[in-house]
Ligand binder design. Structure first.
Ligand SMILES: [Zn+2]
Length: 477
């Protein structure tokens, strides 16, 4: 039987406010353990929380950017459970009335635009962090610096149909949160975390199959790989007539498998009830409109502008606007340049390749926009061949030197002097009378051979376009 994959994601993003969600403790990553805490975020009896206005503002910003309806009235609720990193034994969250709901985000799947529904966005506080010893201690330590750090949880509709779509959705969402500057979205530091719900159903069936939840995927690659593993596992169980157990599984990056953690808990297990220490969140339309005015140009808008302003194709514009950093880099290169498509090819090709290979961020590259513009100019001006330019690019990355210096240092300057090329071509034509004859008799592949001979004679430095043109001119019947 053929199965269809159904995926929905729950994303937690830590908000980059200055202070925590309900107290004035500093919200920062990596401080000395247990220095950013107070009676409120340590859950001391009698300490009262106060809502940080910035948290609501950031969450509304996310809601507006993701085309959500913003609730003018919402409230907070206690999600009760015990864990050593949660001294209050409950997390302040939002249960039945989230701050934002019914949104939508578009992803680019090959040539198609696919909308993914956003069920809800709600405010939540983070828990502390357990530090497990690495040398066999029989205890763990706990750091409460993260306790009470504000989060938004973004829950999607089960609209994704493949692990690739799930990755594209997460990439798009991460990009939007970065554009908004409300979260630094570092998956490796845990400021952006993703859980996935996945199930399979026979193609054509309406009801969903039994789902499993996967946790602990801390990179885009891990998300896709964990889901691919899970699709295969579900497929195997179902094909053999078995039943999927509804449970939470953990992705083991080293082993490349998911492992069962526990049976899936239901909402009623948490005994949600309204948080009595915080007042409801009541918003005015006017304030929401003020926040809307502060929204920056977002990826989809930027994409349309890039297509119009730089005349680049849909696909290029999607890739280049995925992150704020990449879009700014492209724009710095392409602004007032006469060949934006060539710039786009370089950024999408070599720049992304080198970032991926060396696992570097754009800001860590030694290549600045001005140098890349010059490199494209050298190719367009016939000074460098495309192959030569790639060599220069690699060297620019290594040494940070300017392309016009590297052209000569690497001996890659093309011969584009017409007189020199004419001499060279004449000599090759003299030595290859048979091929000239063939060409004149309509054998077009003879031209390719002659270009090859000229390139050889120029020790690979002749400008191929120019050689081509002069060859044709001189052999004109
Ligand atoms: Zn505090």
């Amino acid at each position: 039987m053929n199965y269809e994959t159904i995926i929905g994601l729950e994303i937690h993003a830590e908000l980059s406010t200055k202070s925590k969600a309900f107290c004035s403790c500093k919200n920062e990553f990596g401080g000395e353990v247990n220095t950013n805490c107070c009676p409120s975020c340590l859950g001391y009896p009698g300490a009262l929380p106060v809502m940080n206005k910035k948290v609501v503002e950031y969450a509304v910003k996310a809601g507006l950017a993701l085309n959500c309806e913003i609730s003018l009235y919402s409230k907070t609720d206690r999600k009760n459970y015990f864990y050593p990193d949660l001294p209050k034994a409950y997390q302040v969250s939002q249960y039945d009335i989230p701050l934002c709901k019914d949104g939508r985000v578009e992803i680019q799947v090959n040539d198609e635009i696919k909308p993914i529904g956003i069920t809800r966005i709600h405010i939540e506080e983070d828990a502390g962090k357990l530090i497990h010893g690495t040398t066999g201690e029989d205890y763990s330590l706990v750091d409460f610096n993260r306790s009470g750090v504000p989060l938004i949880e973004i829950v999607s509709e089960p609209d994704m149909r493949s692990p690739e779509e799930a990755r594209l959705y997460l990439e798009k969402l991460k990009g939007i949160l970065e554009y908004l500057e409300i979260s630094d979205c570092k998956m490796q530091e845990g400021s952006l975390r993703c859980d996935a719900n996945i199930s399979l159903r026979p193609v054509g069936q309406k009801e969903f199959g039994i789902k499993t939840e996967i946790k602990n995927m801390n990179s885009m690659k891990a998300l896709q790989k964990a889901l691919e593993y899970e699709v295969e596992r579900h497929n195997k169980v179902l094909s053999e007539g078995g039943t999927i157990v509804q449970e939470t599984r953990r992705w083991d990056e080293a082993k490349g498998i998911t492992i069962s953690m526990r049976a899936k808990e239901q909402a009623h297990d948490y005994r949600y009830f309204p948080e009595p220490d915080l007042v409801p969140i009541i918003l005015e339309e006017k304030w929401i409109e003020e926040i809307r005015k502060t929204l920056p140009e977002l990826p989809d808008e930027k994409k349309r502008r890039f297509m119009e302003e730089y005349g680049i194709p849909d696909y290029d514009a999607s890739v280049l606007t995925l992150t704020k950093e990449l879009s700014s880099f492209f724009e710095a290169c392409a602004k007032n340049h006469k060949n934006p498509k060539a710039i786009s090819n370089w950024v999408m090709g070599e720049v992304l390749r080198i970032m991926k290979e060396k696992e570097l961020e754009l800001k860590d590259l030694k290549i600045n926009p001005e140098s890349l513009r010059k490199l494209v100019d050298l190719v367009d001006g016939g000074v460098l061949s495309n192959t030569g330019a790639k060599q220069v690019f690699d060297e620019m990355f290594r040494s940070g030197k300017e392309p016009e210096i590297l052209v000569d240092e690497l001996g890659l300057r093309q011969i584009s002097d017409e007189d020199v090329i004419v001499e060279l071509v004449k000599k090759v034509l003299d030595e290859n009378k048979k091929s000239v004859e063939d060409y004149k008799n309509g054998k077009s592949n003879a031209l390719g051979f002659l270009v090859g001979q000229c390139m050889k004679a120029s020790k690979g430095k002749g400008n191929p376009q120019l050689i081509n043109k002069i060859l044709k001119d001189l052999m004109r019947i």
